[in-house]
Design a protein around this ligand. Sequence first.
Ligand SMILES: [Zn+2]
Length: 300
Amino acid sequence: MVFKQRSEPLELVLNRFLKARMDFSEDEQKHFWTITKGYEGEVRSDIWLLGLTDNWLILHDLLLEYSQSIFQIDTLIIAYEKVYLLDIKNFEGDYVVKENKWYNPAGVTQKNPLHQLERCETLLEKLLHQLGFKLTIDSYLIFNNPEFHLYIPSIEPAIIFPTQLNRFLKKLNSRPAKLDKKYLQLAKQLEDLHIIESPYPKLPPYTFEKVKKGMICCNCNTFLTDETLICKNCGCVEEVEAAVLRSVKEFILLFPDMIITVDSIYNWCGGLKSKKVIRRILSRNFILIGKARASHYVEQ
Ligand SMILES: [Zn+2]
């Protein structure tokens, strides 16, 4: 059973909001692409793991710390006297390993994912020990993009290729064993230790003044052009209240320190909807604080 679900990383959500409203530098664009691809691969892997029987505790997306070293785990599967550590890679194209160095399809050297996996395993082993568990750790690099190929001079048992995914799952399912309470306790402990990092320091620098205002289509991420809120790009139609509330949510997430007023939301929406409409929607969905010019809204 899935003990801890994965949600879309806030960093990715915020980057998507910003991408529509400002120009990204080449590096920012690259980073956005990397985290988008990474999440895509993780979601694909989560769906794949639904094929596991119920004799497992699955924890997705853990950020843990041992002795001031932070390490991230894409998926941890707790089994009887064993844990499986999965690092999901959504690499695409032909990669080459030569003399222990990894090259991407463009021939540029990459961080060796096996080294990252090893580091993660070492830290996890120590953390489990500290929590009073002595379990075998099986670590795997899961390559789940069907367009991936790796030219590697020797067989590397820690690597699972797209064509091996089914067999890997079958192998796991062939050794079922009921987990008792202590494993559930471990899952709970690890979930409690999960660190939530603020994504804000990692975002491209932006201010309310600098980003482009307006309402964005919920389907294709382009700007809506008039008050009908019908997207000229993809034809998508969204109900006014839902569209405004989505814009308010975007505003709150991007500018957590700014206050919600009729004026600020009117500006944020690029004047597409009148202040009267915005006031009505805010009053219905938020709590009004203060009077006259000092009035603003807070979340219910
Ligand atoms: Zn659209």
